[in-house]
Design a protein around this ligand. Structure first.
Ligand code: NDP
Length: 386
């Protein structure tokens, strides 16, 4: 049976990997809607390749350019936030949520509220609104399938097991490009060095998050909401080869792990075909050649983002929103060359220590805390990083 899918963030790294799988399985999927922020050329190309019926560009100023590029097709062109929400809540039964950052929150919630199956890559949506989103999924009947390789691994290990039998989950982390770097080298890291991930090819924002290890901190919070486990039962373990994508320990002492090469098409394929599986062209795992798998405890001195994220999760309320918003703002400034690498985590720490917000009761509250924190982070940058 053909599954109708919408791809939010179709022009990004996850979007492209999803399209690769969809194009290899033309009978299995029909692409109904695709979206991008600004990249209308790539979006138009995707429409021509997939026959998508709706193409949405978030930036309204690009509407006429996209419409012009799609003259002669039957695709409907739209722009702006309402159109993004329409793409998320429209006719697709499966929504690939691959917009980067908190910008993806409203579209993800629109898909969840419409009772869709949501293949969730956009971890920031769950970090900022985890409780609201899981409550909304419980009332609409939506299913959230994790695409992040670690959470996808845990999801696979949990299949056929009772949640009550889980004693803890272990998120693995590659350690990023600066795993063995001295504090001095990390202090002088350039954007080019920070995005050069040793194992994974990803978008710029998540690559910088991997370099600070904030990515693992965001994943800790993501895991808390997805698997309903407290912080104390979610461990982080550095595993430089990125072969074991995460593990689950059960009450009897058994540990199940999911292994594979570092290719996002494997977890994306699992979410696309769930509860079945589809073939992928990902390179097969050759353990004899890899020969050894290493594990080590994370270094919280050189990578304080991990500690901040755990503190934010345990503080609850608005803290994860503040953590995420300050991080998004700081990473964008670092990538633009305005601040230094260590300033990212310093700004997040300052934002957290000076924040005093009530816990959010609605997505509107989340977005307001996000907006105010970004403004405050910008002001802190101006004051401390002229
Ligand atoms: P990319 O930066 O490669 O792509 C982001 C996508 O989102 C693009 O399609 C972009 O459009 C769109 N977008 C960006 N900003 C907005 C906005 N304000 N409104 C609407 N659309 C927007 O990111 P990735 O694919 O790397 O990551 C996507 C998400 O998946 C992130 O949350 C990331 O943490 C998560 N993830 C990614 C992994 C990876 O391997 N890449 C692994 C695990 C999780 P445009 O092209 O026009 O800018």
């Amino acid at each position: 049976m053909t599954r109708k899918i919408a791809i939010l963030g179709a022009t990004g790294s996850i979007g492209k990997s999803t399209l690769d799988l969809v194009e290899r399985n033309p009978d299995a999927f029909e692409v109904t809607a695709v979206t991008a922020a600004t990249n209308v050329e790539a979006l138009a190309d995707i429409v021509r390749r997939t026959g998508a019926k709706l193409a949405v560009v978030a930036d309204e100023a690009r509407y006429s350019q996209l419409a012009e590029l799609l003259v002669g097709t039957t695709c409907r062109v739209a722009a702006g936030e309402d159109a993004l929400l329409e793409a998320a809540a429209g006719e697709a039964e499966l929504v690939i949520a691959a917009i980067v950052g908190c910008a993806g929150l409203k579209p993800v919630m629109a898909a969840v509220d419409s009772g869709k199956t949501v293949a969730l890559a956009n971890k920031e949506a769950l970090v900022t609104a985890g409780a609201l989103m899981t409550d909304a999924a419980a009332s609409s009947g939506a299913t959230i399938l994790p695409v992040d390789s670690e959470h996808n691994a845990i999801f696979q290990c949990l299949a056929g097991n009772r949640g009550d039998d889980v004693s803890r989950i272990i998120l693995t982390a590659s350690g990023g490009p600066f795993r063995v770097a001295s504090a001095e080298i990390i202090g002088a890291a350039t954007p080019a060095q920070a995005v050069a991930h040793p194992n994974w090819s990803m978008g710029a924002k998540i690559s910088v998050d991997s370099a600070t290890m904030m990515n693992k901190g965001l994943e800790l919070i993501e895991a808390h909401y997805l698997f309903k486990l407290p912080s104390q039962r979610i461990d982080i373990l550095v595993h430089p080869q990125s072969v074991v994508h995460s593990m689950v320990e059960f009450v009897d002492g058994s540990v199940l792990a999911q292994l594979g090469t570092a290719d996002m098409r494997i977890p994306i394929a699992y979410a696309l075909a769930w509860p079945e599986r589809i073939a992928t062209p990902a390179q097969r795992l050759d353990l004899a050649t890899i020969a050894r798998l290493d594990f080590e405890a994370p270094d919280l001195e050189r990578f304080p983002a991990l500690r901040l994220a755990r503190e934010a999760l345990e503080a609850g309320g608005a803290a994860p929103i503040v953590l995420n918003a300050a991080n998004e703002g700081a990473v964008a400034s670092f990538l633009a060359g305005h601040i230094r690498f260590p300033d990212i985590v310093r700004l997040v720490q300052e934002a957290l220590s000076s924040a005093a917000y009530d816990a959010p009761h609605s997505i509107g509250d989340v977005l307001e805390i996000d907006r105010v924190t970004r403004d405050r982070t910008k002001a802190m940058m101006t004051a401390s990083c002229p």
